[in-house]
Design a binder for this molecule. Structure first.
Ligand SMILES: C[S@@+](CC[C@H](N)C(=O)[O-])C[C@H]1O[C@@H](n2cnc3c(N)ncnc32)[C@H](O)[C@@H]1O
Ligand code: SF4
Length: 329
């Protein structure tokens, strides 16, 4: 797989460091058990950034002992607290369970519950032996939690300080409310921002009225304050934005992003959160995703950008392990 071409040495080194096999949070087969379905959908929504650039890769590279990819959120925290200390491959942490948006394709349930600060501190000191990666923001929106930057510092000062990638995933709207210098001090490596299109009207329609300009302003401000933290844009690809997905790349490059992740939208009709009026029409037709991928790779060959593509088949394949690893199966 190719690396970023023409990127600065520093960026290239960083991207090399994060170029690892991809395993997305996994999807469970549809079932009639509503609770299980709900948990599975929350798992699918999460995303992992570290992967081979410009391709869809598999999880086969890791042995079972190394592949524990675990969510930590209000649904499984109690259960995880009772487990013995473990080594993790990846921890995906949601300190809160709420969001300021209602994206049309988001299947995740929300509540006011949060993970208690001191219980979290005890967990990362007593139950985590080590982890390769640590992602904050996986099933909900971490910038709604005013403790965010302090929690990052708390992770940095514990055995959960990741050995390879420390990332924050967000919709970006409330990012400016947080202390960037603490994020830098915590050793954050990546800011992953979910943006689907360069078209402000389409962005509003897919992501609950969000302002594209506001998010871009926040990304720029963050990049100015923390140029050493890599910016990654994560796009959910639907029938509406598949035709213009490539336009996101020049826009992202302008605000400092060098890495772009495209995820094919998924839909579970049994879910009771997602917008059923629009979802069937948002699914891609066979071949749409790979055509988009080829177009992007051809147009941006030789640019500073690196890419990652996760189609529905890939998401389908990964389901069972993530549920099992997170103690949520
Ligand atoms: C659930 S969000 C949580 C983090 C944060 N709130 C955000 O939006 O970045 C994680 C990612 O899942 C994506 N996502 C949500 N629903 C999806 C779906 N039905 N298909 C594919 N990706 C989806 C979002 O666009 C986002 O990139
Ligand atoms: S920003 Fe959108 S995708 Fe992320 S948790 Fe909120 S509603 Fe779901």
């Amino acid at each position: 797989m190719s690396e970023a071409i023409g990127a600065s040495d520093r960026t290239a080194r960083r991207q090399k460091r994060i170029a690892r096999p991809l395993r997305l949070c996994q999807k469970e087969r549809p079932t009639t058990n509503f609770q299980t379905m709900r948990r599975a959908l929350e798992l699918i929504m999460s995303w992992r950034s570290a992967s081979e650039p410009n391709g869809i890769s598999s999880s086969a590279a890791y042995s079972d002992a190394e592949t524990r990819d675990c969510q930590v959120n209000v649904y499984n925290f109690k259960k995880l607290q009772s487990r013995p200390p473990s080594k993790f491959q990846t921890i995906r942490f949601d300190p809160n369970n709420d969001c300021n948006l209602r994206c049309v394709y988001c299947h995740n349930h929300r509540s006011n519950e949060v993970i208690d600060t001191e219980e979290f501190r005890a967990f990362i000191h007593r139950k985590v032996v080590s982890t390769s990666e640590f992602q904050v923001g996986c099933i909900m929106e971490p910038t709604l939690d005013s403790r965010l930057a302090d929690l990052l510092l708390m992770v940095a000062d514990s055995p959960a300080k990741p050995q390879t990638v420390f990332s924050l995933q967000t919709n970006g709207i409330l990012l400016h409310r947080h202390d960037y210098s603490k994020m830098k001090d915590a050793g954050l490596d990546q800011l992953q921002v979910s943006l689907d299109t360069a078209d402000p009207g389409m962005q509003r329609s897919l992501r609950s009225g969000m302002s594209l300009q506001k998010v871009l302003r926040n990304i720029e401000g963050f990049h100015r304050a923390c140029p050493e933290i890599a910016i990654v844009l994560v796009a959910t690809v639907t029938s509406e934005n598949v035709g213009n997905a490539e336009d996101l790349i020049p826009l992202g490059l302008e605000v400092g992003a060098r890495r772009f992740v495209f995820r094919e939208v998924f839909y579970h009709p049994e879910n009771n959160v997602v917008d059923h009026a629009r979802m069937p029409g948002l699914l891609l037709k066979p071949g749409d995703f790979s055509a988009m991928r080829e177009k992007i790779l051809e147009r941006f060959a030789g640019s500073d950008a690196t890419f990652e593509f996760a189609d529905e088949n890939f998401l389908d394949k990964s389901a069972q392990k993530m549920l099992k690893d997170s103690g949520r199966a």
